[in-house]
Write a new protein. Structure first.
Ligand SMILES: [Mn+2]
Length: 430
C-alpha cells in the first residue's frame, strides 16, 4: 500500500540481515534443543502473540506541566490509524486498536471500520472518558462521574458509556474499558462506602447494555487525579465490583497504576485464580504512574507477570482469556518507535516465559528449594530470544529491525510535511 512503509524497503532491509539471523537462529535452536525445547514452536507462539495499540498512544503525550508535540503528529483518527498501520506493518503483532471516546470519536463509524480493515486493523476495545469535561458537556465531572453525589451527573456519565458501546458495536469492538478519576483530595470529602454503592449502581446500567459476547473491563488506579482517596484504588475493590456486576465484568491491570514495589505478578495470579482477569494496560513506571515504555524500567517484573500468564495458558485455567493492550504516554520519543519497541518487549517476555522449565520450578516449589526455583526462572529470563522474535517478524512479513526500517523509510519526515503542526487531541493517558 502506498500510504505506508513500502514492501520493497522492508524486503531490502531484511535481506541485508537475513543470513546472520538464520545463523543465530540455528545456533539458538541447537542450544534450546539440548534442553528439549523446540524453537519452531516458540517461533509459532511469538507469531500468534497479539497486543492492541491505543488510538491515543500515537500522539505525543504530556504531563500536567507541558506537552511538547513532535513533527508530523496525527491530527485525527484516520491519521492515527495510518500510524498504527506502520507499527503493525513492521512488528506484525498489533492489528487491534483500542479506541478512545471522545478523543477519537468517529463521525461515520462505517467509514472508519473500512479504513481500518483496509490497513489490516480492527477495533477491539472501547474506552470511555468521564475524567474531563468536554466543550459541549452540560454537567461537570469536577467532583466525580459514575459515583457523583448528584444523580443527573451520574446519568450523563452512564449515557456517555452507553454511547461508547453503541459506537463500538458499529466498529466491531468486543469490550468496553471504564476508568474513572472519581475520588477526593481531602479527608472527609467523600463517603467511601456510599461512593462505591453509587458507582456500582451506575455500572449496572452499563453492564445491562453490553451486547452479546461483550465484556466490560474495570480499571483501577492508586491515585491521581485525586490525591487523597480514589474510588477504585486497587485490585481488591476492582475485584469486588467485577464480582458484584456479574460474569461479563472483569478487572483490568494497568502496570503503572500501583504503588512502587507492589507485587503485581501476584495480583495477576490472584485475578487469574478468581477468574476475573480482564487483561492489561502495559507500560512501565519508576515512581508513580509514569506511563513509560513497557519493559524499559523493570523487565524482570514484566517477565514475572508473563510467567503467571503463560502458566495459566499452559494449564488452561477456566475463563482465562486476557486482552493485552499498551497504554503509555510518549512524551520525549516518536510514539511509533516507542509502541513498536514496547510490543517487541512484550513478545520477548512472553517467549521467555515459555522457556521456564515448569517441571523443575514446580518440584523446587514443592521441595521449598528457593534457590533452584529462582534459578529456574532466571535461566529463562536471561536467555537471549532476539533471534526468535526477529524470525517470527520475518516469517509474518514484518521487519527484522522495526526501528531501523522505520527510520530508513523517512515516514515521519514525510508526515511532518503532510501534517502541519497543530495542538493535537487526546494527549491524556488513562
Ligand atoms: Mn490504563
Amino acid at each position: 500500500m502506498g500510504f505506508t512503509v513500502s514492501d520493497e524497503l522492508v524486503a531490502e532491509q531484511n535481506g541485508a540481515g537475513l543470513a546472520a539471523l538464520e545463523e543465530d537462529y540455528a545456533h539458538l535452536g541447537r542450544q534450546l534443543g539440548r534442553r528439549g525445547i523446540d524453537i519452531e514452536r516458540l517461533t509459532e507462539r511469538a507469531m500468534a502473540f497479539r497486543v492492541s495499540v491505543p488510538s491515543w498512544g500515537v500522539g505525543t503525550g504530556g504531563t500536567r506541566f507541558a506537552r511538547f508535540p513532535g513533527p508530523g503528529e496525527p491530527r485525527n483518527i484516520f491519521e492515527k490509524l495510518d500510524d498504527c498501520h506502520v507499527i503493525n506493518r513492521l512488528v506484525r503483532v498489533t492489528p487491534g486498536i483500542s479506541l478512545h471516546i471522545p478523543w477519537d470519536k468517529p463521525e461515520k463509524g462505517d467509514e472508519l471500520k473500512g479504513y481500518a480493515s483496509e490497513r489490516g486493523l480492527f477495533f477491539d476495545s472501547m474506552n470511555s472518558n468521564t475524567f474531563q469535561d468536554q466543550p459541549d458537556q452540560e454537567l461537570s465531572y469536577k467532583f466525580g462521574s459514575l459515583s457523583h453525589t448528584d444523580p443527573p451527573v451520574r446519568k450523563q456519565a452512564i449515557e456517555h458509556n452507553l454511547e461508547c458501546i453503541e459506537i463500538g458495536k458499529a466498529l466491531g469492538a468486543r469490550s468496553h474499558t471504564v476508568w474513572v478519576g472519581d475520588g477526593g483530595n481531602f479527608p472527609g470529602q467523600v463517603h467511601f462506602r456510599r461512593a462505591v454503592d453509587r458507582y456500582l449502581e451506575s455500572l449496572r446500567e452499563i453492564y445491562a447494555a453490553l451486547p452479546d459476547g461483550w465484556r466490560v473491563f474495570i480499571e483501577h488506579k492508586l491515585y491521581e487525579p485525586a490525591f487523597y482517596s480514589t474510588l477504585l484504588n486497587d485490585w481488591g475493590i476492582s475485584y469486588y465490583c467485577a464480582r458484584e456486576l456479574g460474569p461479563k465484568a472483569l478487572s483490568l491491570v494497568d502496570l503503572g497504576h500501583h504503588a512502587p514495589n507492589v507485587n503485581i505478578e501476584m495480583i495477576v495470579a490472584r485475578l487469574i485464580q478468581m477468574e476475573k482477569l480482564a487483561g492489561f494496560h502495559f507500560n512501565d513506571s519508576k515512581y508513580g504512574d509514569d506511563d513509560l515504555d513497557a519493559g524499559s524500567i523493570k523487565p524482570f517484573q514484566l517477565f514475572l507477570v508473563f510467567n503467571e500468564l503463560v502458566e495459566a495458558e499452559i494449564e488452561e485455567v477456566p475463563g482465562f482469556d486476557p486482552a493485552y493492550m499498551l497504554d503509555q504516554s510518549h512524551n520525549v520519543t516518536d510514539p511509533i518507535e516507542s509502541l513498536m519497541t514496547s510490543a517487541v518487549e512484550l513478545v520477548r517476555a512472553y517467549v521467555q516465559a515459555h522457556l521456564v522449565d515448569r517441571v523443575t520450578l514446580h518440584e523446587s516449589q514443592e521441595a521449598n528449594d528457593a534457590v533452584m526455583a529462582l534459578q529456574t526462572l532466571k535461566q529463562a529470563f536471561t536467555a537471549d530470544v532476539a533471534p526468535i522474535l526477529a524470525m517470527a517478524r520475518h516469517r509474518a512479513g514484518g521487519a527484522l529491525d522495526p526501528v531501523g526500517v522505520y527510520r530508513a523509510s523517512g515516514y515521519r519526515k514525510r508526515k511532518a510535511e503532510e501534517r502541519p503542526a497543530q495542538g493535537g487531541s487526546g494527549s491524556g493517558i488513562v
